[in-house]
Design a binder for this molecule. Structure first.
Ligand code: ADP
Ligand code: MG
Length: 348
């Protein structure tokens, strides 16, 4: 077979882990990223630093590769669309456009008769005032949010002024769910009714940032089955190609809600590298490069912790690991508070 070259937009840790998976399949990787310090440049064959709206640079990138994918959802739709005229971009740009926008994403999920949190579109402070019913709630920017960025928890109408909300942006207001648990389901779709699905993963967040993921999730069979069914339904409806993650809430009455969809590999799936025969990253590469679909097999229970900010330091200083522990350093240049610096997976 002739050499396959995969182009990846985005150069964070997800790009690194995709590049590593691709290399194991003897696929060459070219990464395009707007950050000159992007950590994924340590793991790819070629790195191009440029802005996502720089037409010439993007064209240069497209010419070098056979297939294109992306590792984060905030790539401009126009760029993905242009690239898709030249090379096969997966997942499709239209999928990304839908999911980039929290309102469109939630409307889409509701149309499938899948439960989401109660939400409403907000353009101005005045829109908030009659919405006592949605409080306590969380105001979230419709675009560009991640790790809780662009979110304002609101307890009551009186505190709105003190939150200094930037109304140049638009938002959705979501009613707060009384959470019992959060889980995610990762599925890789290869084509019509052809997919590999991982078992639900239980996730613990602190300050809206994922801290810990584990399998098995401590959930009952109804939630186990329903979450997988909804994830498959979403992937099918989007005619998705590649790995997708659906994040769910479970409330104190054991109701399941879709929180959000990530049209990409996902932090909660890092444990699939060690706990399954094929990781979410390898499956993504297989699907977007039209390679063979291999039956998924779980090898072990597992737990993954994110190493955030200074937590990476002892691991960098050769902290002794047990032989069931796997440490991954994202090789980010600077340690910053709240920044995901690496992770540790322990097989159980
Ligand atoms: P991000 O795009 O930053 O991941 P999310 O919408 O997933 O944003 O929110 C991050 C985390 O904040 C969630 O995983 C959850 O812990 C908490 N959260 C967000 N929305 C709600 C809600 N409506 N009710 C309860 N918790 C929420
Ligand atoms: Mg989230």
């Amino acid at each position: 077979m002739s050499q396959i070259i995969l182009g990846i937009l985005g150069g964070g840790q997800l790009g690194s882990m995709l590049a590593i998976a691709a290399k194991k399949l003897k696929i060459k990787v070219v990464i395009f990223c707007d950050d000159a310090d992007a950590p994924a440049q340590n793991f790819c064959d070629e790195f191009i630093n440029g802005q996502y709206n720089d037409k010439n640079k993007i064209l240069e990138f497209a010419k070098k590769v056979n297939y294109i994918t992306y590792e984060f959802e905030n790539i401009p739709f126009a760029t993905l669309n242009e690239l898709n005229k030249l090379r096969n971009v997966s997942p499709k740009p239209s999928v990304n456009r839908l999911i980039q926008h929290r309102l469109a994403e939630k409307d889409f999920v509701n149309k499938l008769n899948i439960r989401t949190t109660k939400y409403v579109y907000i353009e101005s402070k005045e829109d908030l005032l009659p919405l006592e019913d949605f409080l306590p709630g969380i105001l979230k920017t419709t675009t560009m949010g991640y790790d809780g960025k662009g979110q304002y928890p609101i307890k009551n109408l009186e505190e709105i002024d003190s939150l200094k909300i930037d109304f140049n942006k638009d938002y959705i207001l979501e009613k707060l769910v009384k959470l019992k648990k959060e889980i995610s389901v990762i599925v890789t779709r290869f084509g019509n009714n052809k997919y590999e699905i991982y078992e639900p993963i239980e996730n613990t967040h602190q300050e809206q940032i994922l801290r810990r993921s584990k399998i098995p999730a401590e959930i009952d069979k109804k939630i186990f089955d329903q979450s997988k069914e909804w994830a498959i339904q979403i992937a099918e409806e989007l005619k998705y190609i590649g790995t997708l993650c659906v994040e769910f809430f479970i409330d104190r009455n054991n109701n399941l809600y879709v929180n959000e969809i990530a049209p990409r590999v996902h932090n909660s799936g890092h444990l699939t590298i060690n706990a399954y025969n094929i990781s979410q990253f390898e499956n993504h590469v297989r699907a977007v490069c039209s390679l063979e679909q291999i039956k998924l097999q779980k090898l072990s229970d597992a737990e993954m912790i994110n190493l955030i900010g200074n937590q990476i330091i002892p691991y960098r200083q050769n902290l002794k690991l047990d032989n069931n522990q796997f440490f991954f350093d994202y090789l980010k240049k600077d340690i910053k508070e709240k920044r995901k610096m690496g992770h540790l997976t322990t097989l159980k």
